[in-house]
Design a protein around this ligand. Structure first.
Ligand SMILES: NC(=O)c1ccc[n+]([C@@H]2O[C@H](COP(=O)([O-])OP(=O)(O)OC[C@H]3O[C@@H](n4cnc5c(N)ncnc54)[C@H](OP(=O)(O)O)[C@@H]3O)[C@@H](O)[C@H]2O)c1
Length: 243
């Protein structure tokens, strides 16, 4: 039975991913900084899908714990999905150094720290899939969320380099650019219904990308074109826009 590791399993998207892979008969390793929150999901997945589901403590910004965390996994996952993330209002983040560092360390440094360890193991095994949930916010800095966006931009570049490096080792790396998704992270925002996906849509796209070895996925196809247009706006015009 193949195994999936979900880093940030309490997230709405992470839960949907775990559920879908369990339905497709993967054993599931749920990792989160609050393991108690994972108990109901563990019970549900084990009973509903008759699969092995384990719980592991993982904190993205406790960098020193990452190697012992991975080494302690009794079986190494075939697929690792890096889902954790943190987003607060840009103005609050910009005004508070702790918030700035939390945003950068959760979305970038923490992800790089743990995925370097997973990547090394997969390269030595010459197999495995790494899925990183980045964001379209990383495709061009906008005044409304450039600190979160810049951390995701770094993560997108990291995943691109990792894919390039690991391709010859037979290791697959997927970059996920979900666009808007209805989750706890965005519940305070008034998202446009047409442009917004459900966590389950993200999970389906990821499962499909792992099976078909896709490289970069946008969950709703039109986000590729929206971001293409946004990237093409000349800077003298872009800097005057309230985005
Ligand atoms: N929702 C969107 O529109 C959208 C769009 C593009 C990309 N994304 C990305 O999708 C991913 C999932 O987000 P979501 O929308 O599902 O939001 P969410 O439900 O708020 O999930 C965020 C997750 O990150 C975890 N987390 C935060 N800091 C952590 C840390 N230090 N260590 C371990 N876990 C930590 C949280 O764990 P706790 O339960 O312990 O707080 C929570 O599980 C994120 O990377 C986000 O940036 C979301």
């Amino acid at each position: 039975m193949p195994t999936l590791l979900v880093l940030g399993a309490t997230s709405d998207i992470g839960t949907a991913i775990a559920r879908l892979f369990a339905e497709r008969k993967f054993a599931i390793q749920l990792a989160s900084r609050d393991t108690l929150k994972l108990l109901p999901l563990q019970a549900d997945l084990s009973i509903r899908y008759n699969i092995h589901c384990s719980i592991h403590h993982f904190d993205a910004i406790d960098f020193a714990s990452h190697k012992p965390f991975y080494d302690a996994l009794s079986s190494k996952p075939d697929v690792t999905v890096c889902v954790f993330g943190y987003m607060n209002e840009n103005e609050k983040v910009a005004d508070d150094q702790d918030e700035t560092l939390k945003t950068i360390h959760t979305n970038y440094t923490g992800a790089v720290s743990i995925l370097n360890i997973v990547a090394k193991d997969y390269a030595s095994q010459k197999k495995g899939s790494i899925v990183g949930i980045s964001s379209v916010a990383g495709e061009r800095g906008r005044q409304s969320n450039y600190i979160y966006g810049s951390a995701k931009a770094g993560f997108t570049a990291y995943l691109s380099g990792l894919r390039n490096k690991l391709h010859e080792k037979g290791v697959h790396v997927v970059t996920v650019l979900p666009g808007f998704v209805y989750t706890k992270m965005t519940e305070h925002l008034n998202l446009p219904k047409l442009l917004t996906a459900q966590p389950n849509d993200v999970a389906k796209s990821i499962y499909n990308a792992v099976q078909k070895k896709k490289n970069i996925i946008y969950v709703k196809w039109f986000w590729r074109w929206i971001m293409c247009v946004i990237r093409l706006i000349p800077e003298p015009i872009f800097k005057k826009m309230k985005l």
